[in-house]
Every structure is written in structure tokens, then in C-alpha cells.
Design a binder for this molecule. Structure first.
Ligand SMILES: Cc1ncc(COP(=O)(O)O)c(C=O)c1O
Length: 370
């Protein structure tokens, strides 16, 4: 059994992939070829946003808007500690200070009620509050209505880190369309993944989109030998765009299948295990199917049974970011963000992909119950 089965997907679209890839080999425009622009247009239509800037990874997708907003030393950026390192890494890379805000115990997303006290505290510490990065953990969007209100009231910039949630929605509004800027990742294991690294940035703000396009290619002006901003080499490869265009064709169908798989798990989970809570009106893209066990020991026992039965599992995330060595300068001790710390001890993820059949799911469920 695979944790994420990319082989089944590839078999289904192999002919179309081969055709798209050989088109790129024929025209030879490997950097910023026509597929890159075709993909950006399709992604804008899919997410119902105005501008899409494809880029080299979900990490650079976060870095570029922060650079465009001149984030740097003395700035405070608020985000969750229950996420992949990239979300906070980019803040520190620019010299700014990440302020970690605890999460809800059932959705595992940032708890907006904790933001305003943290904003006030950061000002007392001499920092300038600049932005919030909401993360759509495991494919479930964060509470953007609340986050948007807090950003409006406090003059903050809102970024949606939708690295895991491309294809999800709230009340029909697609992920990648919340906040001032949204970012996603096309890492192979993501709901929409390429065969290498890739990412994209979305915004409705024309000026910002232009600046981010410039930063993506070494801060270019009229061309890459005219440099008007500090930038990076942040382009998406044409080949990856061609692969994504092929995968996008079956993407909606895959989101439906992922939701079917998730429903079957939820309906048949043993009663001592709790799946991630999906609030009413929210649709997840189920990048991961994560479960809370009753204790750290219970998790170890289940994972041991999984290994014995050759069922893959993963722990996202074993160490919340505020306790990672790289952020030790923040002096956040164990106990400072109790919900994230408790979840980190009890959570783990089971196989999830669109092509998981019920007999494989039954094997997972039986092992969970044993
Ligand atoms: C929440 C989150 N943000 C950002 C990223 C970074 O994406 P990439 O690996 O494409 O740089 C990831 C990747 O796992 C992620 O899960």
C-alpha cells in the first residue's frame, strides 16, 4: 500500500503527459515557455483570482510576497506553529520575527481569538505588526472571515498559505483566493503536484502582482538585465507547467474522489480516534488524512501495528515550530503553546489519495481498530 499513490494517477494520464512533455521538447522553450503562461491563466480561472504568478516552490511563493512588502528586521509576522517549516522559515530569512499563535484543537488551524492580544504584545516588545500568514493545514482552509476582519482592524497584510489546500473551499470560494495574497505548492505529494518543485502566488492587486513578477526573475525591470528590485531565481520550469496542465484536467475529479475516501474513513473510524474536524461549509482537499489518538502511547502502539502490517503512516508534525532549534532565539519553552504541543504528541496521518479503494481502506481501518 502506498501513502500517496502517484503511480496509479500517472497510468491514467500517461499518454497526455507524454504528449505535453514532447511538445516542450519540440519547442525547446524550457524557461518561461508558453505552458507557464497557459498554466497561470488556467489557475486564475480555477481559483477565480485576477493574477497568478507561478514560481519555483511553495517556499518561494511565500518568500516573494514578503519581499514585495519589504518585510524585514523589526517586523512581526503572526502565524501558526503547527505547519511545515517553510511558513516561518521565510519570515526569519528576511530578518523579521515570527510570532506563533496557538491552534484550534479540532481543526488544527490558527485560532484567531488569540491574535489581538499577541498583536498588542508584539507592539510592547518594540516590533511592528505587519502580516498574518494563515495556513490551510492538511487541506482545510483557516477561518479567513475572522482573519480578514482582524487584518482590516489592525492594518495587517494577510497571506493564505494554501500549499496543502489547492482545490479546497469555504462556501464555494476556492482556496488561493483568500487574503491579500495566497500561495500554493506543487511539490509532488500535494493535491496538485508536479514532478519536481513548483509553486504559485495569487492576488487581485495589480501593482503587487507586477512587483512579485519582477522579484521572481531577479528583480527584473524591462528584462532580466535591467534590475529594479532585489529578487531571486524563482521561476517555474516549463516542463513542470506542462505536467501540471495535464494533471489539472483530472483535478476536480480527484478532489471528489479524495472526499469520498475521507468520508469512508470518517464513517468507519474506531470511536477512540478522532479525524480532523471539517466545519460546515468547508470542503477540504485532503492533502493528508490526520487522526488524533487518545495519548502519545496509543499513537506509538498504532504506528507499531501499521509497520507490522506494512501500512505506511506519517507524523505531521512531531515538533511544533516554536520548539524547533532554529527558533530557539524566541525563547518559547514547552508549555507556551499547549494546544499545538498536545496535538503534536497525539496526531498521525494515514494513507490518503484519490485512488485508494475500500478494500485497502478496510485494511487500514481494521489495523486502527486492532
Ligand atoms: C504549509 C506549507 N507551506 C509551505 C510549503 C512549502 O512548499 P514547497 O515544498 O513547495 O517549498 C509546504 C510544503 O510542504 C507546506 O506544507
Amino acid at each position: 500500500m502506498q501513502f500517496i499513490d502517484l503511480e496509479k494517477q500517472q497510468k491514467k494520464i500517461r499518454k497526455q503527459l507524454d504528449k505535453r512533455i514532447s511538445n516542450v521538447l519540440d519547442h525547446g522553450k524550457y524557461i518561461m515557455g508558453p505552458e507557464v503562461f497557459e498554466l497561470e491563466e488556467k489557475l486564475v480561472n480555477y481559483t477565480n483570482t485576477k493574477y497568478c504568478i507561478s514560481c519555483s516552490s511553495g517556499t518561494d511563493a511565500l518568500l516573494i510576497p514578503l519581499m514585495a512588502k519589504n518585510i524585514g528586521i523589526g517586523d512581526a509576522i503572526f502565524t501558526t506553529p503547527f505547519t511545515y517549516i517553510s511558513t516561518a522559515e521565510v519570515i526569519k530569512l528576511l530578518g523579521a520575527t515570527p510570532i506563533f499563535i496557538d491552534i484550534y484543537p479540532k481543526t488544527f488551524n490558527i485560532n484567531p481569538d488569540l491574535l489581538e492580544p499577541a498583536i498588542l504584545k508584539s507592539i510592547k516588545m518594540g516590533l511592528k505588526p505587519k502580516a498574518i500568514i494563515g495556513v490551510d493545514i492538511f487541506g482545510l482552509p483557516a477561518r479567513y472571515r475572522k482573519l480578514e476582519r482582524i487584518c482590516n482592524d489592525n492594518n495587517l497584510f494577510l497571506i493564505e498559505d494554501a500549499a496543502q489546500s489547492f482545490g479546497s473551499s469555504i462556501r464555494g470560494q476556492k482556496a488561493c483566493s483568500f487574503g491579500d495574497v495566497a500561495t500554493t505548492s506543487f511539490f509532488p505529494a500535494k493535491p496538485l503536484g508536479c514532478y519536481g518543485d513548483g509553486g504559485a502566488i495569487f492576488t487581485d492587486d495589480y501593482q503587487l502582482a507586477e512587483k512579485m513578477k519582477s522579484i521572481r526573475i531577479h528583480g527584473q525591470g524591462t528584462d532580466k538585465y535591467d534590475n529594479i528590485n532585489l529578487g531571486i531565481n524563482g521561476r517555474l520550469d516549463t516542463m513542470q507547467a506542462a505536467i501540471l496542465l495535464t494533471k489539472l484536467k483530472i483535478f476536480e475529479e480527484e478532489i471528489t474522489l479524495r472526499n469520498k475516501v475521507a468520508k469512508y474513513y470518517i464513517e468507519n473510524l474506531p470511536s477512540n480516534l478522532a479525524p480532523q474536524h471539517i466545519p460546515k461549509d468547508y470542503i477540504s482537499s485532503w492533502a493528508q488524512f490526520s487522526i488524533i489518538t487518545s495519548s502519545n502511547e496509543a499513537r506509538s502502539k498504532i504506528i507499531h501495528n501499521f509497520t507490522k502490517n506494512k501500512i505506511p503512516s506519517m507524523i505531521y508534525y512531531r515538533i511544533p515550530l516554536h520548539l524547533q532549534k532554529v527558533f530557539s532565539d524566541l525563547n518559547l519553552k514547552p508549555g507556551s503553546l499547549p494546544v499545538s504541543e498536545t496535538i503534536a504528541k497525539k496526531i498521525f496521518s494515514i494513507p490518503m489519495h484519490p485512488y485508494l479503494n475500500t478494500s485497502l481502506q478496510d485494511k487500514v481501518l481494521n489495523t486502527l481498530g486492532s
